[in-house]
Write a protein that binds this ligand. Structure first.
Ligand code: ZN
Length: 396
């Protein structure tokens, strides 16, 4: 499992120079590949194209960075092979690039005296960047549209085996549409609020609709049409960034809260097939197909694993319906679960997380007695770098 650290670098002549060298090498690789394919009917392998041009880009880039450029070309070739099976319009990589991202493999990466040093070919001095973190296994520098961006890649090793992981507390996590995630660890329930996110999603849909209606009135390809396309892309990109920000902050808070409480195993409801099986009305369908639960699950997983927790997916049939106190099945209506048999009332997603945890522990059929403490809301606070648990709130 990998995770990445991103850093914005602005602009520099040196990076520009390297990106040009990588672009040149990429274009040469591409041209040679297709030329040999056309003239000789041969499809070259990556190994035969690596180090093909030792005297041009070979001296600018580190030898392994040059290999990485060739590998990138073959990676896009491979994804085209795959895509064309289902998509007849898929196009192979044929466009030359003036600039291309530069990749450094571990052999060219050093961290020394608070600096990240990325080696290049003989003719180029290394790239040096102030650095306060561990040595990454791979570094990539590319253009993000406005400036150079560094992506450092780290490998996460699984900290322990399943046996030791089962020691410690277990938390059930229910992913939802209204609330991003609700967790229960046996004593308390935490809700990562998704209200702001919902309004952002709604606005996203509205904006898409509005702008495509406007675009439909213009002539395709005209100046005004192009201006609208640009504006649409800009506005949607901004919304996407805001959504990612909320997702990151809320998942970090939930995971760190659970970690502080001694949770070792995080049980996440497996709702991966809802998308395939669900057919409701148009509005409900849009809601379900746009659920961010896949992304939330991935974020929770890597963040929890980073802290040494164990993440399991739990099949979740009946977990939202079964009353944790008396076992009766009810379809909850509204945001609150209310058992008509025994009068048990609790937050709807809270019931889901309680049941997921119990299902994983093999206690799904054992009724609980007693009163549940009301859930604690983790509200989104835009300017904080995710820390403590916020005030408790009533179930909504
Ligand atoms: Zn009941």
């Amino acid at each position: 499992m990998y995770f990445a650290r991103k850093l914005k670098l602005g602009f520099s002549e040196q990076l520009q120079h390297l990106a040009l060298a990588a672009g040149e090498l990429y274009s040469k690789t591409l041209v040679s590949f297709w030329r040999v394919a056309r003239k000789k009917g041969l499809w070259l392998k990556p190994s035969s194209l690596m180090r093909w041009f030792p005297n041009s880009s070979g001296n600018e880039l580190h030898a392994h960075s040059a290999d990485a450029v060739v590998q990138s070309f073959f990676a896009s070739l491979k994804s085209w092979y795959k895509r064309r099976k289902t998509d007849p319009n898929a196009k192979p990589p044929k466009r030359r690039r003036r600039y291309f991202k530069v990749i450094w493999k571990s052999s060219a990466i050093r961290v020394r005296g608070g600096k990240l040093v990325l080696s290049n070919g003989k003719t180029n001095p290394p790239v040096v960047i102030p650095w306060a973190w561990d040595t990454p296994v791979q570094v990539e520098i590319g253009w993000d549209g406005k400036q150079y961006e560094l992506r450092a890649c780290y490998e996460l090793s699984r900290p322990e085996g399943e046996v030791t992981a089962k020691a410690g507390e277990v938390a059930g996590v229910d992913l939802g549409e209204v609330h991003l995630a609700t967790a229960h660890d046996g004593r308390a329930t935490f809700i990562a609020n998704g209200r702001l996110l919902r309004s952002q999603r709604r606005y996203q849909n509205k904006l898409k609709g509005k702008l495509s209606r406007l675009m439909a009135r213009k002539k395709r390809g005209s100046r005004r049409w192009k201006r609208l396309v640009r504006s649409k892309q800009r506005q949607l990109a901004r919304l996407r960034r805001q959504i990612t920000d909320v997702l990151h902050k809320q998942t970090t808070r939930l995971v760190s809260t659970l970690h502080r409480r001694g949770v070792q195993t995080v049980v996440i409801g497996d709702i991966r097939d809802i998308r395939r099986s669900a057919q409701y009305n148009k509005v409900a369908n849009q809601k379900i197909h746009q659920m961010l639960s896949g992304q939330v699950r991935r974020l929770l997983t890597y963040k929890a694993e980073k802290l040494g927790m164990w993440v399991v997916l739990q099949e979740e049939r009946y977990t939202s319906q079964k009353c944790p106190r008396c076992h009766m099945l009810h379809k909850p209506r509204g945001r609150e679960y209310h058992c008509r048999a025994c009068g048990f009332r609790f937050h709807r997603d809270g019931v889901g997380s309680v049941n997921l945890r119990r299902k994983y522990l093999g206690q799904f059929d054992v009724p609980v007695v007693g009163v549940m403490a009301s859930p604690i809301g983790l509200r989104f606070r835009p300017h904080t770098r995710c820390s403590s648990v916020s005030r408790s709130h009533s179930a909504t």
